[in-house]
Design a protein around this ligand. Structure first.
Ligand SMILES: [Zn+2]
Length: 446
């Protein structure tokens, strides 16, 4: 298989740091710790008294620290994503997370004190100082959490407990999933490999793959239920303390969207099930000549589907041509990702499943993770993640505090890139590609 895919790129993380034990990484951690100490000495308990210009200056310092700490954190999480089953990588990522949590706990006061400033006061300060006004979107988004902020001590305790709470449970989930192997005929497959077989042309292959997938997942149900139930209870406790009305309210606030808007979306999508999903599967069953399709045929390619393997070089060309036909600038930014160590494409045992685009920090560049196996859906995934990646490159000029966008906007760029590619495949390919659902993996951006 891999021979048919051609040369698949892998990440060059040296753009961030030389190695997990490199002196450059240690130096940045040390510098971040010193800067946080100095920052707390200069501003703790004094934020409300700063005039607009001084507050703008403080935020600029905070922004620079966020970039440095974000660079270290990004490096650790990407290094870990390359092999979640490697205990050495897990240990390194955990150590870095703990150190960054210690450092950032010294900075918690800043957000809390900024949130306590009165609306009229902050408006006056912004009017008087362009240095502060430039951070208006960051201030707005931060201050939206005012009604859900706890006392300083509680906020600090929750922040420090995070590494042994939610983060630890998520890590247990990631590492368990990555370690699972699926017996398939005479092979032992990883998750990405077995899921790929669910869209194999041969019905027996699909059935065997679905059975082994269900069996292995079922054998591990105890740990998965414990993780899910613990995370749900953890969230219920925190939501109650923070006075969020509903489980989805905190995420909607992060995404800058009102509960009512998401409710309306959900109602409309549900109402469309019979007209879209149900009709599609009925039609698909008809094409397969059956009344009801077995569950393992949900992702089956259509009977006339051409299931040839698309080599990596061709995938690159398809996506960049599609981007370029819409906007040469889009293709120029997209091209930076290829041949430069920004994409990790092969499906390897232990590697993080799914796909994501990690923006890292504005002073570096984004990295894309794929599990590329040469199917049309893999080309669409590349188009999707590249859409995020191009957006992240273009947004970097907003700086470390404002480059990140809520999910609602982030997915616009990726789905747009996917649809451009979809359109161009429709024009040229004999078989019609199907849009893939967004598979938001473990990072902020899917
Ligand atoms: Zn996405």
């Amino acid at each position: 298989m891999s021979a048919m895919l051609g040369d698949l790129p892998t990440w060059n993380l040296a753009d961030l740091y030389s190695s997990p034990t490199g002196p450059d990484l240690d130096a940045d951690l040390k510098r971040a710790a010193d800067e946080a100490e100095a920052f707390a000495r200069d501003y703790e308990g004094k934020v409300a008294d700063l005039d607009g210009k001084a507050l703008g200056g403080a935020i600029a310092r905070y922004e620079a620290m966020s970039d440095r700490m974000g660079r270290v954190g990004s490096y650790a999480s990407l290094h870990y994503a390359q092999n979640l089953a490697d205990p050495e990588r897990g240990r390194f990522s955990q150590n870095v997370t703990e150190k960054l949590t210690d450092i950032s706990s010294k900075l918690i006061f800043f957000g809390l004190e900024v949130k306590r400033i009165e609306d009229a006061d902050i408006a006056d300060k912004m009017k008087a100082a362009p240095e502060l006004a430039k951070y208006a979107p960051w201030l707005r988004d931060l201050r939206a959490f005012r009604p859900h902020t706890l006392s300083d001590e509680l906020e600090k305790a929750l922040h420090e407990k995070y590494v042994v709470g939610r983060a630890a449970w998520s890590r247990l989930f990631d590492e368990t999933i990555a370690r699972l192997r699926y017996p398939f005929r005479n092979e032992l497959l990883s998750e990405a490999q077995v899921l790929d077989k669910l869209s194999n042309k041969d019905a027996e292959v699909r059935k065997d793959a679905a059975k082994t997938f269900g069996k292995v997942q079922g054998d591990n149900i105890a740990v998965f239920s414990l993780v899910t139930n613990t995370l749900a209870k953890d969230k219920e406790i925190e939501d109650r303390w923070r006075k969020y009305q509903r489980p989805q309210s905190s995420m909607n606030l992060v995404n800058c969207v009102e509960d009512e808007v998401v409710d309306a979306l959900q109602v409309s999508v549900k109402a469309a099930y019979p007209r879209l999903a149900h009709r599609y599967y009925k039609l698909k069953a008809k094409w397969f000549g059956v009344e009801t399709m077995p569950y393992w045929d949900r992702n089956a390619p259509l009977p006339e589907h051409d299931d040839r393997t698309i080599p990596w070089a061709e995938a690159e060309k398809i996506v960049l041509d599609a981007y370029g036909a819409f906007s040469p600038e889009l293709a120029t930014v997209g091209k930076k990702f290829f041949g430069s160590g920004w994409i990790d494409a092969p499906a390897r045992p232990g590697k993080s499943p799914g796909a994501f685009a990690h923006p890292t920090v504005p002073s570096a560049h984004p990295y894309l993770l794929l599990n590329y196996q040469g199917k049309v859906r893999d080309v669409m995934t590349l188009a999707h993640e590249l859409g995020h990646g191009v957006h992240q490159v273009l947004a970097a000029r907003q700086g470390a505090l404002m480059a990140d966008t809520p999910l609602t906007l982030a997915e616009t760029a990726s789905v747009f890139g996917e649809m451009l590619t979809f359109q161009s495949l429709l024009k040229t390919a004999p078989d019609k590609p199907r849009a893939r659902p967004c598979w938001r993996a473990r990072s902020r951006t899917c």
